[in-house]
Every structure is written in structure tokens, then in C-alpha cells.
Design a protein around this ligand. Structure first.
Ligand code: GRF
Length: 225
């Protein structure tokens, strides 16, 4: 099998990156992670990637100041050097220019910790709690010029609990992030994802069937009087 060559871009912890690295260890996985790039020299994810013996590169955005294009030229050079075919943003905190995004259109994924288009941008969990939603989740989508938009490849839903804080909700959502990112990359690398208008259709899989109902219908606790 010829595997797709993937570059993962991070800025921090790198747990989603690690979920991709773990998945890619499977022989039948259709993608290999060939380079992890961080814009932050202090990103803990760099050590995580090195522990998996994956090449890493740091392209510090700070020397480039406001010159995003210069930062991206350096990034592009690293991606080219490693013959990257697909890019996964995994907690990558830099906004990318329209030109860069269009260059990678249909070949660059991002993960966001909410059910987009709800709660884009920063503090998705705080936004979800403030809005009082009963269900939140995670989204993997193609990157489009406007942040946290772009055709959705995969989503997973989790319940929001009454006593949730942004931190407890983040922990629950992160678990499903680690499931859907490797799934979405697999589907893309296998060529199963077809873009029809703004919708991604996925070929050759059974449709999902379960509903998540919150609060749950069964096992009601005795009613408090
Ligand atoms: C994740 O919640 C991801 O959805 C968001 O930033 C966080 C990054 O976490 N974009 P990690 O660095 O992958 O652990």
C-alpha cells in the first residue's frame, strides 16, 4: 500500500497529534506521519513526537512578526522537503493566510472541540456552557480561508453534564477528538471523502444510527420533591 505522507502542525500539548501517530502505527493505516511542525519551540508535543521517533521541525513565528507570508514560506519549505501530501492541524494556534489555505484546499484538515458551526474560535467549551447546550462534541473539517469553517468530514457528540466546567467538558470532548481525527484522516487518505457542494459524502461505510438523548430517558433517579 502506498501511504499518504502527512505533516502535522501543532502549537502545544499534541495529544491529537499523538492519536494520529498511534493510528498510523497500524500496518493497514493509509497514511504515515512524516513530519511534525510546531510554531512554538516550547510545545510539549515536540517531545511526544520525538518519543515516537517522528522527525520534528520548529518554525518560530515570532521572528517573522506580522509577516504571515514569510512564516508560511518557511513552513511550505519544510512540508516540501518532506514531500507532504496532506496536512493536519492539531491544536495549531496560528491563523493561516488565504493563499496558504487555498494552496492546500482539500488536503488540509483541522480539529475543533465543538460541533461546528456552533462555537468557533477560542474557548469553545466556555461558549458551549454559556449557551446551555445539552450536547457538545468535536469536528474534523477541511480548512477554509475563514477560521473554523470548511466542509465537515467527521463529528462526534458527547453529553454536557449539569456540573460541567470547561475543563471537565474538555476532557470528555478530547476523548472523542482522539477517535474522529484518525478516522477522518483515514477516510481522506483512502480517497473516500467526496466533496459535494459544502458537504462531504463518505463512500463505502455504514451510516451511523445511534441517537444521543440528553438527559437520558431511562434510569431516572427518584424525583426530588
Ligand atoms: C484540542 O482540543 C483541539 O480540538 C483544539 O486544540 C486542542 C489541542 O489539544 N484545536 P492537543 O494539543 O491536540 O492536545
Amino acid at each position: 500500500m502506498i501511504k499518504k505522507r502527512v505533516g502535522v502542525l501543532i502549537s502545544g500539548r499534541g495529544s491529537n497529534m499523538e492519536s494520529l501517530l498511534e493510528a498510523a502505527k497500524e500496518r493497514s493505516y493509509p497514511a504515515e506521519i512524516v513530519i511534525v511542525v510546531s510554531n512554538n519551540p516550547e510545545a510539549p508535543g515536540l517531545a511526544r513526537a520525538e518519543a515516537h521517533a517522528i522527525p520534528t521541525a520548529v518554525i518560530d513565528h515570532r521572528p517573522h512578526g506580522k509577516d504571515r507570508a514569510a512564516f508560511e514560506r518557511a513552513l511550505e519549505a519544510v512540508l516540501e522537503e518532506h514531500r507532504v501530501e496532506l496536512v493536519c492541524l492539531a491544536g495549531f494556534m496560528r491563523l493561516l493566510t488565504r493563499d496558504f489555505v487555498l494552496q492546500w484546499q482539500g488536503r488540509m484538515l483541522n480539529i475543533h472541540p465543538a460541533l461546528l458551526p456552533s462555537f468557533p474560535g477560542l474557548d469553545a467549551h466556555g461558549q458551549a456552557l454559556k449557551a446551555g447546550v445539552k450536547i457538545s462534541g468535536a469536528t474534523v473539517h477541511f480548512v477554509a480561508p475563514e477560521a473554523d469553517t470548511g466542509p465537515i468530514v467527521a463529528q462526534a457528540a458527547v453529553p454536557v453534564h449539569d456540573d460541567d466546567t470547561p475543563e471537565t467538558l474538555a476532557t470528555r470532548v478530547l476523548e472523542v477528538e482522539h477517535r474522529i481525527y484518525p478516522l477522518a484522516l483515514r477516510l481522506l487518505a483512502e480517497g473516500r471523502v467526496k466533496l459535494i457542494g459544502n458537504r462531504c459524502h463518505v463512500a463505502g461505510i455504514y451510516p451511523a444510527a445511534d441517537a444521543l438523548v440528553v438527559p437520558r430517558e431511562a434510569h431516572l433517579a427518584p424525583q426530588v420533591k
